[in-house]
Design a protein around this ligand. Sequence first.
Ligand code: OAD
Length: 246
Amino acid sequence: MGNIPQALIGALDGAEYVTVLTGAGISSESGVPTFRGKDGIWRKHNPMQLATPEAFERDPKLVWEWYLYRRGLMQGVHPNPAHLAIVELERRYSRFLLITQNVDDLHRKAGSLELVELHGNIFKVRCSMCERKLSEMPELEGLPPRCECGGNLRPDVVWFGEMLPHAALERAFEAAAQCDCMLVVGTSAVVQPAASLPLIAKREGAFVAELNYEPTPLSHLVDISLMGKAGELMPLLLRHLEAKGD
Ligand code: OAD
């Protein structure tokens, strides 16, 4: 088997409570573009025109077109071995939480159960006026779709300048503070408050490991930083863990 540091296997093997924080990098091998890489979404599009409450107020049709386009991209993709390895990892622990910044629904499709979506879910919709939530898009009679109350419906995702959903954030912070081991997979770790979760885990005594394609601002702050593809590293990590338990 390839090179996974013993310290990480040991930390996972001895842990009672494990958390995993994921970002766009975990879905890149499924074909979902990341935000900040070479071909990243925010290299080609200005988030201020597409992903802010002001942009939605100014041009809700444009924002909806952008989100329908992204939904279309995400609808046709499937979980990859990294998503599936996290499902297997969850089965090993009685206390486990997966915290994702992704809105693509791939963790749920893979079968993850204890899941917090910090930035919402692109397939869900809510009213920008009465805050009513819908798990599916209503029949479209033009953009933007309307709520029963007359307000504009919007994608149930977090935009720049907006607060994260309170319950999700609280659960994520609590888990970071309480876990014994945290894996940070495929995130550039530059967007707050998600980026501070590994630091909280570390401060409170957890073993924190990063798995990423390239170094991030977290790399020198965590216990181990593994460079490689999540779709290869995560299944490998799981195999090492299973071998240790045999
Ligand atoms: P980014 O696009 O900022 O970062 C993706 C990270 O994944 C980078 O560090 C890549 O090196 C790494 N990566 C890419 N492919 C990988 C692979 N196959 N295996 C391992 N690592 C890989 O995405 P996020 O960190 O998720 O917010 O960005 C955070 C937030 O910024 C997003 O949730 C989004 C965005 O603006 C909102 O929309 C609110």
